[in-house]
Structure formats: C-alpha cells, structure tokens
Design a protein around this ligand. Sequence first.
Ligand code: PLP
Length: 360
Amino acid sequence: MPSYEEYCDEIKILWDNHWLTNVGIKHQELQKKIKEYLQVNNLELMVNGHMSLEIILQAMGLKGEIITTPFTFASTTHAIVRSGSIPIFCDINPRDFTINVDKIEECITDKTVAIMPVHVYGNICNIEQIDSIAKKYNLKVIYDAAHAFGVKYKGIGIGSYGDASCFSFHATKVYNTIEGGAICFADESIREQICELRDFGIRDEEHVDRIGTNAKMNEFSAAMGLCNLRHIDTEIKKREQIVNRYRGYLDNIDGIQINPIQTNVTSNYAYFPIIINEKVTGVTRNDIYSRLKENGINARKYFYPITNLLGCYKEQYNVRKTPIAEYISQRVLTLPLYADLPLEEVDKICNLVSMCLTNH
Ligand SMILES: *Cc1c(COP(=O)(O)O)cnc(C)c1O
C-alpha cells in the first residue's frame, strides 16, 4: 500500500467532482500509465483479472474447446467454462510449470478454438512454439498473465504477445489496485466490444447491442493503482533481493528444485516456489508446510489441488492425462515473498526448511 497521505491526496478530487466510477479521470489516467508501463499497444482496465478473462473470450467470440493447463488458479478454468467453452487440459513441463508445448497438438480437435496458457508464477510460456502451433491450426492465443505484471520477454512487454493477455491487479499480486485487472489485445478493432461488454453491452443511451456484464474499474481502485505504480519498480527490486537470498540458501540442496531463471526474461519476482522430492529429502511437502506453520510462517500449497481435481470438475476430467501437473502440485510450496519481508526472516525460513531435511 502507498502511505495513507499519498492515497488521500490522490482521491481528494473525487470529493469535488463526484465522479466515482464509469471511466472517470483516475481510470483514464491509470489506463494511459499502465499501458506505458507494460509497453503494450492496446489496453483496457477491468474490475478484476477474472472478468478480464471472461470478457476477452466473449469479445473474441471464442466458443468451443480451449486448451489450457490445470496448474493454475481456479479462475482460468472457470473463465473458460463460464463463457460457454470446454477446457481441454494439457500437461505442464516440469522445469518452469508452464504448458508443455510438445503436448498441445495432441489436444487439438476440430472443435478447438483457442489456447489459454498461463505465465504461472510469472514464468513465461514457450511463446514462439505456442505461436507457431496457433498459426498452423488457426487458433487464438489468450494468455493468463495474472502473475506476470511488468515481466518482459526479449525486452518487450509480456502483454504484447499472443492475441491477448489478461492481468490481475488483485491485492495479493505484485501490483494492485485493491481489485482490478486489464486486458491487452493485439487487434485494435475489438476495443469497442471489450468496452461495451464491460458496461452491460451499452452502446449509447438508447442502445444495448450485446449481452454484457459489469466489469468496470472504479475511481478509488484506479487511484490506488496510480499510487502503487509510483513505487512498483522499488517493490520489484526488493522482491529481487529476497528471491536472491532464497536462492543463495536453497539452490544446491538435493531433492529441492527451485523456480528457474529464464533466459531473455526480465522477471517480476512474483513467487518463489520450491518442489520437494520426498524420495531424496526424506520429508514431504506437507511435513515442511506444517513445520513452517508451527513456527508462524504461512507458506502456500500453490497450486494444490490442480483445477481438474476441484470438486466442481473432478467428475468430468481424468487427471491421469496431466501427470506432471499432479506430481508438481503434490510437492510444491511457495515460500513467503513480499517486498517488505525482512531478509533475516528469509534466513529463518530457509533454516527451518533445512532443519526439516536434516532432522527427519
Ligand atoms: C489471481 C488470478 C486470477 C484472477 O484474478 P483476480 O484479479 O483475482 O480476479 C486469474 N488467474 C490466475 C493465474 C491468478 O493467479
């Protein structure tokens, strides 16, 4: 959060103009600034990341089978189902946990309309390979970029790749507007659709042409976003130091795999997942999770369970088709990571983890 004073300064004008939502001045200013920050051509702000996913699918008229991965937050899968499509689960690769590009083609049928890969933990998918498969089969590519705010690939903003990318600005993400999100899109001509769908499908005072929803960002969220954007580079630098501290401790421990450093990628240091191979370490992920919890440290089993095992989906899908996602989800632990986490706390967490391994 910004300082209380900074936020109050930012929202003061709202008491003068009484313009609280429906694309006011804060919304317009934030849109311009985030578009610049993310280095993308087209961007529209949304009420949250989830509605960004639903709206882009509707705006692009995508209905059919959509290839995605189950190693993600429930939102990715829900957005596909709620917009009337069928998720086809492709497995992930065990190195960076993004979609396994060698398995995409076997998921394609004559009903496939799109691929929705996830830049999970801010790790970048194999963009080139996804692009060439999409071209070959004439499919759209919509990235779930909820974790990837500020990430660059080959010096270019990550939201510039594919047909569209959806970001989340939820309070728990690297950058927040309390709740919020954005759609970045390649084809300028779908802007009108996106903006109308975000506002009940209203074209003008007397015309409602589409069955839209309400997904507008309000002025107070946009104001929070303007404040947080001033500090985002400092925040990401602090995260980098924390991640490097974790790496220093955990890089060379047998049986612990840590999040990879990807080439050509400018990271946002969003998450620090570790994968615990119990056959080597002698302790399970759950053992380490509990030990940390006993010591007041809340690591997360993120993502566990995978989405094709959630109560609402498990009857419909065969998880044996995504064995790597299942394997990783049973062994992953994301360690605490936020800009103000003291480095001494990181040392303490790492000591607890290594004590688990030696004292089991
Ligand atoms: C957070 C998240 C979303 C949803 O974003 P909200 O802003 O919370 O609606 C979607 N996908 C992934 C991978 C996320 O982590």
